[in-house]
Design a protein around this ligand. Structure first.
Ligand SMILES: O=C(O)CCC(=O)C(=O)O
Length: 357
């Protein structure tokens, strides 16, 4: 079934647990590891995600840029050869491979076959999908999973939310040919994720800590199903069919918000190069930590739990400092350089990034 057999770990594999739509909320609340919601898209809310192929994306965002991985993402350690392309071109290469006009894009000679395309979605792009009933919206959603970003509304402006989403890969469409997959990794942010499988099917192996030690689960998630996993679970994947398309979002809840807030705080206060947040976003995130604490714990955060990033970063030098700049100064420089781009991303769903070819 798998085009590229994964290395067999010596650990015992259990089947990926499967639950009905009705059981999903309870399963999520139990924090008992990854699970697949079967028949998810027979449900009225999740059912809106029954898209047909990738064609709706091409005409919707002709100028959007996407990350193309023509050399697969299966092997840990290599660069995975990421190429920024405009979405229609990326979709053509995904479907047919590189053509005679694609000499600017290189494929690593020994890469396992399989091409991946990642489209980052800004809140404005997400909203346009909601407006067209391609993603559910509004209050009273059956699933917490579909409204797990509400905390952002009271602390991030539209441009800040656009920056946050794009730099953290918060919401994405992921499309792969058979054999394309991602090497084993744990998500940097430590938050949870859901992946709705819109077409094709994908093999997943996930391992995570449990009270009794370590648990690994594996299985194929099929069209119409939704996978959820928590932020401490490592995962590796492989598309089983041409073309496998998923849409994914990050889930913040009472169990993981402190881990996420600590990670974002560290991101703002230490070396700026990992994600490169702007100063304005870090100012806003200072408010988000307090807001998340009130929302998920029901009480204000203890004083000093997250000191403002300016307090901490103003004294701290860049780790590859050449001219004595502090983290704060460098972050303000990024702020000034990017301000217009995030304003545009917040208002225009066809956001253009760089000089995507
Ligand atoms: O869809 C995939 O192949 C893997 C996605 C993933 O690992 C992630 O979003 O962190």
């Amino acid at each position: 079934m798998l085009m590229h057999p994964p290395n067999l770990a010596s650990v015992h594999m259990q089947p990926l647990p499967r639950v009905s739509v009705e059981q999903a909320s309870e399963q999520l609340a139990s924090h008992s590891g990854p699970f697949v919601v079967t028949g998810a898209m027979d449900d009225a809310q999740w059912g809106m995600l029954r898209w047909h192929g990738l064609e709706p994306l091409r005409s919707r965002w002709p100028f959007a840029s996407a990350d193309l991985f023509p050399s697969n993402m299966l092997s840990e350690g290599n660069r995975h050869g990421e190429w920024l392309v405009q979405l229609p071109r990326g979709l053509s290469i995904l479907a047919s491979g590189l053509g005679p006009n694609d000499t600017d894009i290189e494929v690593e000679p020994d890469a396992p076959s399989g091409r991946y395309l990642h489209l980052q979605l800004t809140p404005a792009m997400w909203a346009s999908l909601q407006e067209d009933n391609l993603i559910p919206s509004g209050a009273g959603l059956v699933h917490l999973l579909l409204d797990a970003n509400g905390w952002q509304r009271s602390c991030l402006s539209a441009p800040q939310a656009a920056e946050y989403h794009m730099k953290l890969h918060w919401k994405m469409v992921i499309a792969g040919t058979r054999g394309a997959g991602m090497y084993n990794h744990t998500d940097y942010l430590g938050a949870g994720s859901w992946h709705a499988h819109l077409s094709g099917s994908k093999w997943w192996r996930l391992c995570g800590p449990e009270s009794a030690g370590w648990r690994c689960v594996e299985g194929v998630v099929r069209e119409g199903e939704v996978l959820f996993y928590g932020g401490t679970w490592s995962h590796q994947t492989q598309c089983v069919e041409d073309t496998t398309v998923t849409i994914t979002d990050t889930v913040v809840h009472e169990e993981n918000f402190e881990r996420l807030a600590d990670r974002l705080h560290l991101e703002c206060t230490s070396n700026v190069r990992e994600v490169g947040f702007t100063a304005g976003l870090c100012d806003a995130l200072d408010k988000c930590y307090a807001h998340m604490h009130r929302r998920f714990r029901g009480v204000p955060a203890p004083s000093g739990r997250w000191r403002t990033w300016r307090e901490e970063a103003g004294r701290q030098r860049l780790s590859d400092d050449v001219d004595g700049a502090t983290v704060l100064e460098e972050r303000e420089r990024i702020d000034a350089a990017e301000r217009d781009a995030w304003q545009l991303a917040a208002t225009e769903w066809w956001w253009k990034r760089g000089q995507a070819g």
